[in-house]
Design a protein around this ligand. Structure first.
Ligand SMILES: [Zn+2]
Length: 314
């Protein structure tokens, strides 16, 4: 999530929060034991949950002749550097190294039907962030920063991992990496030429992956809480935060930023300069989808873990 790379609860005692069957304790239980209350989605196709804005933006990006060639050429130069950098400066997560984190990633892969489980690195950084690197012909990897693990609960960290897996599921690799490099590393002239298309696509792709996060957590409050904390959370005041208030901020922001040409110009400038949608808009968009028949129908088609599978997992 730096501004750069990818990315991606709750107020435990919120008065307005209706406790549903798909609430945090179930997710917590599912992450701690194999006898999960969650359902999984065998043969889940990305088209099943892709955000319509993502569909349109991907179509628009693909229609720009030559853009993919230019981006591929640039990435060939950068990919080896990034891959080796993560391998040499991060801790690789495995069943023996940070096993709880590895189990969490594996669980999200099971639910979202992703195989094999990608490599996960933890890197020391004061910026709470996570991102995915997926180059053609190379094994993909996910990177999370230590400060993100410090800030978020295990359930919220799981939501971040699921968001990152959404990028793999939807094969966002090429364009996503391009968008990230665009902000950080690309020469200014090149980034200006490509930024309009790629950043628009990137923002749309994030909305799709927020949906992947919801499919894996099956609890919108976990995902929205993760967004809220990555926007302005602290560990010290984590229990004092209110997801509903955060979602309500979107309406306030929309109202204030629509007052006159200056407000609209500021809002547009903020949106257009970022690889990610504005955090309040992401939370609101996620909530809308969580309340939709579309999400409910996917959830209803999910497959519970059967007894035999539980035995194997145990
Ligand atoms: Zn993302």
């Amino acid at each position: 999530m730096t501004p750069a790379f990818v990315t991606v609860p709750w107020a435990p005692t919120s008065r307005r929060r209706p406790r549903t069957a798909l609430d945090r304790p179930r997710l917590r239980a599912a992450l701690q034991t194999p006898s999960t209350a969650l359902v999984r989605f065998p043969a889940l196709a990305p088209e099943r949950f892709r955000h319509p804005v993502d569909v349109a933006a991907t179509r628009a990006l693909s229609s720009v002749l030559g853009l993919e060639l230019v981006v591929s050429g640039f990435l060939r130069m950068a990919e080896s550097v990034l891959e080796l950098e993560n391998m040499s400066t991060g801790v690789e997560v495995s069943p023996k190294q940070l096993p709880k984190l590895h189990a969490s990633l594996s669980r999200a892969c099971e639910i979202l039907d992703i195989s094999p489980v990608p490599t996960l690195y933890v890197r020391q950084s004061p910026v709470p962030n996570a991102y995915t690197l997926a180059f053609r012909g190379r094994a993909p990897c996910i990177v999370v920063h230590t400060s993100l693990l410090e800030l978020l609960s295990p359930e919220e960290t799981y939501a971040v991992l699921a968001h990152e897996l959404g990028h793999l599921k939807c094969e966002h690799g090429l364009w996503m990496t391009a968008a990230n490099l665009l902000v950080n590393l690309m020469p200014r002239e090149m980034s200006e030429a490509m930024s309009g298309y790629i950043l628009r696509w990137s923002r749309a792709a994030e909305l799709t992956c927020d949906r992947a996060s919801l499919l894996a957590t099956q609890d919108a409050r976990v995902v929205m809480s993760m967004m809220m904390k990555l926007t302005g959370g602290t560990k010290k005041y984590a229990d004092d935060m209110d997801v509903d208030e955060f979602v309500a901020q979107a309406e306030k922001f929309d109202f204030l930023s629509s007052q006159g040409p200056f407000g609209r110009a500021v809002r547009n400038a903020m949106i257009l300069a970022s690889t990610h949608p504005l955090p309040v808009h992401r939370a609101r968009e996620l909530k809308r989808w969580a309340d939709s028949n579309h999400f409910r129908s996917i959830l209803a088609g999910g497959k519970p873990y059967d007894d035999e599978e539980r035995k194997i997992l145990t």
